[in-house]
Write a protein that binds this ligand. Structure first.
Ligand code: CA
Length: 236
């Protein structure tokens, strides 16, 4: 595990942020905690963390609003902690830009597993400043959709589309294997790095978000198709 990864936890229940901090720091991660949104934002600007954990209910701002606010300027992965169950759709959908979600009470080992899975995946797809050949920089075309992997850029008919890190990763996996059908479990593994069943609703929510951004008719998609009972594929 990378020694230098920094995490910011924004959580008003100090007992929770303290146990997260103790647990993660023993495992080589740096953790800074804030107990309100304003301090959290300041900390994020100051520390430029690699990962952000947000509580859904904060004293000065709703966690989802805070998430959206951070997303305006940053692609840092955001995991939301919520005391309520069955919020997956709300948290991962609706354009707030969260990447992951856990319900309290949560297990620290699972939280760590998710963070590590993210870093493993991220380090794999973001080669450390390797000399970029022209070929690696050439856009990948799918109909009128173009993806520039090195620049993390997606355009539809020349118009830039803004995707979160995980949305981009998911689209890229499909785009690099056009016409191949992926099951939700496979996508969870490839994009989130989970090797066990987590919550396959996450994939559906992401697919919906991507469709809303790239498709002219999200409910009748031209590119990102559902293969009923199997999974998803990207059609050229
Ligand atoms: Ca709270």
């Amino acid at each position: 595990m990378n020694q230098s990864k920094k995490i910011v936890v924004i959580e008003d229940e100090r007992d929770i942020s303290r146990i997260i901090k103790n647990y993660m720091e023993k495992r080589g991660l740096e953790v800074a905690a804030a107990d309100n949104a304003a301090d959290g934002l300041h900390m994020i600007d100051l520390l430029e963390p690699d990962y952000i954990i947000l509580d859904l209910t904060l004293p000065d701002m709703d966690g989802l609003e805070l998430c959206r606010h951070i997303r305006k300027t940053r692609e840092t992965p955001i995991l939301i902690l919520s005391a309520r169950g069955n919020d997956t759709d709300k948290v991962l959908g609706l354009g707030f830009g969260a990447d992951d979600y856990m319900t309290k009470p949560f297990s620290l080992s699972e939280l760590l597993a998710r963070i590590q899975a993210h870093f493993r995946r991220y380090d794999k797809i973001t080669p450390p400043a390797a000399p970029s050949s022209e070929r690696a920089n050439a856009p990948l075309w799918i109909g009128e959709l173009s993806i520039r992997k090195n620049e993390h850029r997606v355009c539809v008919r020349g118009r830039d589309i803004s995707l979160s890190a995980k949305e981009f990763d998911l689209l890229l996996v499909l785009a690099e294997n056009q016409n191949r059908v992926f099951s939700k479990a496979e996508l969870l593994n490839r994009v989130w790095g989970y090797d066990q069943y987590v919550d396959d609703n996450t994939v559906s929510v992401y697919v919906r978000r991507i469709r809303e951004k790239i498709e002219d008719h999200p409910s009748d998609p031209r590119y990102l198709k559902t293969v009923w009972g199997v999974g998803y594929k990207l059609c050229p």
